[in-house]
Design a protein around this ligand. Structure first.
Ligand code: KG4
Ligand code: ZN
Length: 389
């Protein structure tokens, strides 16, 4: 019998629900984003996020069921994000999940949000018919996280071994933490730099698009206009990251050139008027600003790609998995793909829709835990600092 899991995600600023069959077939995936609410504050406001989750959770779950063509009684288990994330946001999903599972008399599976991001890669690889080989190096890179793991398949249980199956969707993963950011997450650096330059919120997509336009226009900025953000030096663990330095370098650069002030004001005005697309803002950027945007992105991307591929080489992993909001970045995808190909390493990304927070990845991650009997205790609580390893 196929197992239909209802996934619920509310760890940050997206309220999401999805139905996934056997950890691999997405019947529905609904995401309600709170971007419009947080935009004017330039970042996620936790109190507003919890309130919005409360308003959205019921309609979002109903919509996920309706798109899947199912009723509550057709669900075999509920998977819910337990952490990491904002405590108030997590509590909405955890509480709703507990009540729902109890009322339905179905098992509740607590899911680590980060493990969900890893499953996002596998979910779509299944659809494409080529599952990534393990062991792999996994980079989770979002607004809240920049983490590097070594991932391998969980040891098969005797019972499942006897069934002769055991792909990632069923067996789940074992993680070893290699490194992580010591200060800002990469997405956070994008958001802060975008704020500094008055490019709107969130910063990742707009910086990505403007940098793309700069590259596509073929107009090389004059090197004298361009700041140089050198490679980040890390003492100790070379798999750790640091992005506050490049963010501060942008800040000092902007301060050093008073001519930035006027165009920043012009862009702030444009944003207030709702003109926040790349096509609106690109013409309002001087060559020097375009240089800062391009060089900032290149520095971040170079650092993420270099450390991740070094980890693949040093651990003898032939596969790299990249997930989280920043995995949507075009330059990151291109650079990873070209550099990895030269090393004989395959890189996998989820589609842009599954790179950012969603509940399909939570339902998929719940499946192996359900099979292994890792169910929630009746007093399940949200864990804002839950770790993967
Ligand atoms: O995974 P996500 O939706 O939420 C969490 O932080 O968990 O990631 C959101 C982050 C934001 O910081 C956003 O600026 C960044 O991902 N982001 C991007 C891109 N799209 C989203 N960063 C770089 N390039 C992008 N295309
Ligand atoms: Zn996330």
């Amino acid at each position: 019998m196929p197992t239909r899991i209802l996934g619920i995600e509310s760890s940050c600023d997206e309220t999401a629900a999805a139905v996934v069959v056997d950890g691999r077939e997405i019947l529905s995936s609904v995401v309600s984003s709170q971007l419009d609410i947080h935009r004017k504050y330039g970042g996620v406001v936790p109190e507003l996020a919890s309130r919005e989750h409360l308003r959205q959770i019921v309609p979002v779950v109903r919509e996920a069921l309706s798109q899947a063509g199912l009723h509550f009684k057709d669900i075999d288990a509920v998977g819910v994000t337990q952490g990491p994330g904002l405590v108030g946001s997590l509590l909405v999903g955890v509480t709703y999940g507990k009540v729902l599972a109890t009322e339905l008399g179905k098992p509740l599976v607590p899911v680590n949000h980060l493990e969900g991001h890893v499953h996002a890669v596998f979910l779509e690889a299944h659809i494409g018919g080529k599952a990534p080989e393990l062991p792999a190096i996994c980079l989770i890179v979002s607004g809240g996280h920049t983490l590097l793991y070594h991932v391998q398949s969980s040891a098969p249980t005797a019972e499942r071994n006897a069934e002769g199956n055991g792909d990632a969707a069923e067996r789940g993963f074992e993680f070893r933490r290699l490194g992580g950011t010591r200060d800002d997450a990469a997405g956070e650096a994008y958001d802060k730099v975008a704020r500094l330059l008055a490019l709107g919120y969130p910063g990742g997509p707009i910086i990505d698009q403007i940098a793309g336009k700069v590259a596509a226009s073929g107009e090389k900025f004059r090197e004298k206009d361009a700041p140089n953000f050198g490679p980040v030096k890390i003492k100790g663990n070379s798999y750790d990251f640091s992005f506050s330095g490049v963010k501060t370098a942008v800040l000092y650069y902007v301060r050093a050139y008073p001519e930035f002030t006027d165009e920043i004001e012009t862009r702030k005005k444009a944003l207030q008027e709702g003109r926040r697309k790349a096509a609106d803002l690109f013409p309002l950027c001087s060559p020097r600003t375009l240089a800062v945007i391009s060089k900032f992105q290149s520095a971040v991307v170079r650092d993420l790609v270099t450390r991740t591929l070094e980890a693949a080489q040093e651990t003898g992993s032939r596969t790299v998995l990249v997930s989280g909001g920043v995995a949507a970045n075009s330059e990151l995808r291109e650079r990873f793909t070209s550099k990895a190909a030269a090393m004989g390493v395959s890189v996998f990304f989820p589609s842009r829709a599954l790179s950012t927070d969603n509940a399909a990845m939570i339902a998929a991650a719940a499946y192996p835990h359900l099979l292994a009997g890792h169910l929630a205790p009746t007093d399940l609580n949200a864990e804002p600092n839950l770790r993967l390893a």
